[in-house]
Design a protein around this ligand. Structure first.
Ligand SMILES: [Zn+2]
Ligand SMILES: [Zn+2]
Length: 245
């Protein structure tokens, strides 16, 4: 072990958030217990759909979001714990690597053709945070995930293109209808030309009702984006439906 790592370890010893063993924040053993989802579902009602099919379920035909890639379920308590430690105190930014590797694992497992061979016109767009939120956390978690995906799959990233113009309340405590109202008209696109004809992959950490992703997809499609997909680490269990804004 090199001296630098040794010193870091005695000053800030790291323990796995899953099993407590010393070494890393998230050990290989715990990583392998997380179930990676190999199927796709309608983002709004969880009806199963063919992987990468643009066909939408019958009742959600008019939605702007074409589909969702969720690596795992937010019901998994270990996943929930990791994401909480990443987004909230103690803001463990270094968890971005292990968390994003869940997405990468899914894409490799399911041979996601968009990320493996048909990369043409693909553009990663992180869901933005308000400046207030970003200052509070010190980073935008979606941006951190998107940066790693961009590096790994060699796909361009549009950073600070989609911006948050309205300071919405945190969505956590809100009902479904309140979430939709809260997020409406809260995004703007700085350079619409950058998304024209592109297949956009919106990146976020957790997918809940889809109100945020749908609103972002709406703005992007309006500007001429060809497709809009969502990519998240984990999906929450369905708690309501989002209607077309
Ligand atoms: Zn562990
Ligand atoms: Zn549906």
């Amino acid at each position: 072990m090199d001296l630098k790592k040794f010193l870091l370890d005695i000053i800030f010893p790291q323990f796995c958030l899953g099993c407590g063993q010393e070494g890393t924040l998230f050990c290989q053993d715990c990583f392998s217990t997380i179930e990676i989802l190999e199927h796709q579902f309608c983002p709004f009602c969880k009806k199963p759909k063919k992987v990468l099919s643009k066909e939408k379920c019958r009742i959600h035909q008019t939605m702007n979001l074409d589909g969702l890639f969720a690596a795992t379920s937010y019901k998994n308590s270990l996943v929930k714990n990791l994401i909480r430690n990443f987004k909230y105190e103690p803001f463990l930014k270094e968890l971005r690597g292990p968390l994003t590797s869940l997405i990468i694992t899914q894409f490799l497992l399911t041979k996601n053709k968009y990320f493996i061979k048909d990369k043409k016109n693909l553009l990663l767009v992180p869901i933005p945070l308000s400046n207030f939120r970003k200052r509070w956390r010190g980073f935008n978690q979606s941006e951190e995930i998107a940066k790693i995906l961009s590096r790994f799959f060699k796909i361009p990233l549009l950073n600070n293109g989609l911006i948050k113009i309205k300071k919405a309340q945190p969505q956590v405590e809100l009902s479904m209808e309140e979430r939709e109202r809260n997020i409406k008209d809260s995004f703007d696109l700085k350079n619409p030309q950058a998304v024209q004809g592109k297949i956009i992959c919106l990146v976020d950490d957790v997918f809940t009702t889809g109100a945020t992703m749908e609103e972002a997809a709406k703005v992007l499609k309006k500007a001429g984006a060809k497709e809009a997909w969502g990519i998240v680490i984990a999906r929450e269990e369905l708690i309501g439906r989002v209607s077309r804004a």
